[in-house]
Design a binder for this molecule. Structure first.
Ligand SMILES: *Cc1c(COP(=O)(O)O)cnc(C)c1O
Length: 382
């Protein structure tokens, strides 16, 4: 087993803490935050209070919930995230979970050990680590400036492809035509696509698909993962869902139900009521405002960094900006320069894969004030 040590965020924290100890008066700002920072929407808080009060009374108290999640949430998902976009997904194809990290990590349990798995490079490390723990062969699909961060089809047959769009860490997207190439490949090769749509709510452009099921044929070959973490600030509440179509050529809908009812006992009633609240008219409008807040940071960062002469990718339909380091610096050399000169923390791109060398990931999850201040500092130190 070739599991690499998970050192990226530990190493960043160690470097930042060492710097702060030596320079106690330095006001260090993080543009590396991978977590949301804005509080939950008022509609969500109201739903949480109401659900909590129900738990105090015997007649409305809830214990174990239905294994795929409560009907009220699965029906809201089907209506708002799919039917409203002309996609026909049924409520028994929706599996509510405690988030997309568990589901993207666990879904591979349904596969045999000899499946060959393809992932992009750079990549969200969960897909690689979960499959490495299961002893599978991994094929890397380079995503670089040369191919516009659009992965090319693998030269040998693969059984599973993990795709994440809008992408973490590059912040880039695929158009419908570019995604169709992968759906066609999966159908032709009898392969499965595991599609991580965690950043779907950040899409601003018209031609970027919100769901892989916008592509004809995808219901035969794709499983799709959603999360309320970035959509609605649920990183601490914990709720997401996975779509497992009944039209898949393998009976994965039944198998996933079997797996979940064996190893998972559901996400809490409170979290599911909280998730339902983001589909109310007030909830929708409130989470949209928070996403707009983050995307305004992204716009500010794109404009400022481009103006300083940086090559910047992403940040248009995602809260991430994939920024090329200046003067051929390595990711870590630029990280050190940013920390020491500008007192700004970023995430070294090489931590997401070999193709991330020479890049850093900047995030739009900070406050406007800190984001502006960090950009001014970088500009003044160049
Ligand atoms: C944040 C994130 C998730 C969501 O994880 P949760 O477990 O739902 O909080 C999933 N995939 C990617 C790529 C992410 O960045």
């Amino acid at each position: 087993m070739k599991l690499s040590e998970s050192y990226l965020f530990t190493k960043i924290a160690r470097k930042v803490n060492a710097y702060k100890e030596e320079h106690p008066r330095a006001d260090v700002i993080s543009l590396g935050i991978g977590d949301v920072t804005q509080p939950l929407a008022p509609a969500v808080i109201e739903a949480l209070h109401k659900a909590t009060d129900e738990m105090a009374i015997a007649t409305t108290f809830r214990g174990y919930g239905p294994e795929r999640g409560y009907d009220f949430l699965r029906e809201a998902i089907v209506e708002n995230d799919f039917r409203s976009r002309g996609i026909d997904i049924e409520a028994d194809e929706v599996f509510v979970s405690d988030g997309a990290k568990s589901d993207t990590g666990n879904f591979q349990e349904l596969l045999s050990a000899d499946c060959v798995v393809a992932v992009t490079d750079p990549v969200y490390p969960v897909y690689i680590d979960a499959n490495t723990m299961a002893g599978r062969e991994i094929v890397k699909l380079p995503c670089t400036a040369e191919n516009d961060f659009v992965p090319e089809l693998p030269s040998k047959h693969v059984d599973v492809i993990y795709l994440c769009y809008p992408n973490n860490p590059t912040g880039t997207t695929l158009t419908k035509e570019q995604l169709k190439v992968w759906v066609d490949y999966a159908i032709r090769e009898n392969a499965l696509i595991f599609y991580d749509a965690a950043y779907e709510a950040y899409i601003q452009s018209e031609d970027v698909p919100h769901s892989i099921y916008e592509i004809p044929g995808a219901k035969q070959c794709a499983v799709e993962f959603h999360s309320y973490s970035k959509t609605a600030g649920f990183t601490g509440i914990r709720c997401g869902y996975t779509i497992v179509p009944k039209a898949l050529r393998l009976p994965l809908n039944k198998l996933w139900n079997r797996r979940q009812s064996t190893k998972f006992n559901g996400t809490s009633y409170l979290a599911q009521r909280a998730a339902e609240a983001i589909y109310t008219p007030e909830g929708k409008q409130q989470i949209k405002a928070t996403i707009a807040y983050y995307m305004e940071n992204a716009r500010m960062m794109r404009d400022a960094l481009t103006g300083m002469g940086f090559k910047v990718y992403g940040g248009k339909d995602a809260p991430y900006l994939w920024t090329q380091t200046p003067d051929s610096m390595t990711s870590w050399e630029f990280f050190d320069w940013m920390l020491h000169s500008a007192h700004v923390v970023c995430t070294p791109g090489v931590g997401f894969g070999a193709q991330g060398e020479g890049y850093v990931r900047l995030t739009a999850f900070g406050t406007h004030e800190n984001t502006e201040k960090a950009l001014r500092r970088i500009d003044s130190k160049l």
